[in-house]
Design a protein around this ligand. Structure first.
Ligand SMILES: Nc1nc2c(ncn2[C@@H]2O[C@H](COP(=O)(O)OP(=O)(O)OP(=O)(O)O)[C@@H](O)[C@H]2O)c(=O)[nH]1
Length: 193
């Protein structure tokens, strides 16, 4: 079995859990279910209260094979947070595959169904993604099942080609202890599926 570990990052209430639940269960709000198939995907969802320090972030999320940074298009403050996180990931050189720099960090503008109260223009998301060498998605966990699945499937695929999983599997620290560490650092509830 090939384990893929994804860190889903973003401000509070941007829809991190909703996206993960959509991907794993097809439901918008529903029960959590285990992923089946050859690959086991662990998605650790972290709500960022304040911008964490460089070394702290590096110490705590370097284990991830891929990063999904989420903001809510109807909440500008969540975009500012996402921007800070993306910059930090880039500064720390996390999520850089040898093949392509942009394969392992995705910037996701969620809640597209709320575009009538939009605070972040699509172009702003696109620009940030282009500047930071991320892939950009704007979608809705509430309404766009296919797009959510496509986005995560692409990330899982990219991460499985990243080659970091193999190296990491030899490390003594497992995902459970890492998740615990994240909880300590961010001091926030964590959901893992
Ligand atoms: N309209 C709309 N609401 C959404 C969407 N995704 C999530 N929500 C709602 O946004 C709220 C927060 O969603 P969560 O998935 O709990 O967000 P989170 O980022 O995991 O939140 P924290 O655990 O607090 O960090 C819930 O009320 C969801 O129903 C979406 O695509 N559209």
């Amino acid at each position: 079995m090939n384990d893929i570990k994804l860190a889903v990052l973003g401000g509070e209430g941007v829809g991190k859990s909703a996206l993960i639940v959509r991907f794993l269960t097809r439901r918008f709000i529903g029960e959590y279910a285990s992923a089946s198939g050859k690959q086991h995907v662990l998605a650790v969802c972290v709500a960022l209260q304040a911008c964490e320090g460089k070394s702290t972030l590096n110490d705590q999320i370097h284990w991830a094979d891929g990063f999904v940074v989420v903001y809510d298009i109807s909440d500008r403050s969540s975009f500012i947070k996402a921007k800070a996180v993306v910059h930090l990931i880039r500064e720390l050189n996390l999520g850089v595959a040898k093949r392509d720099a942009d394969t392992l960090v995705f910037l996701v503008g969620n809640k597209q169904d709320l575009c009538h109260v939009r605070e972040v223009r699509r172009e702003e998301g696109q620009r940030l993604a282009a500047e930071s060498q991320c892939q950009f998605y704007e979608l809705s966990a509430a309404e766009h099942y296919q797009e959510v699945v496509l986005m995560f499937s692409k990330m899982v695929h990219n991460a499985s080609l990243g080659g970091k999983s193999k190296e990491r599997r030899r490390r003594p620290s497992g995902s459970k202890s890492m998740a615990k560490l994240i909880n300590n650092v961010f001091g926030k509830r964590r959901k893992s599926v």
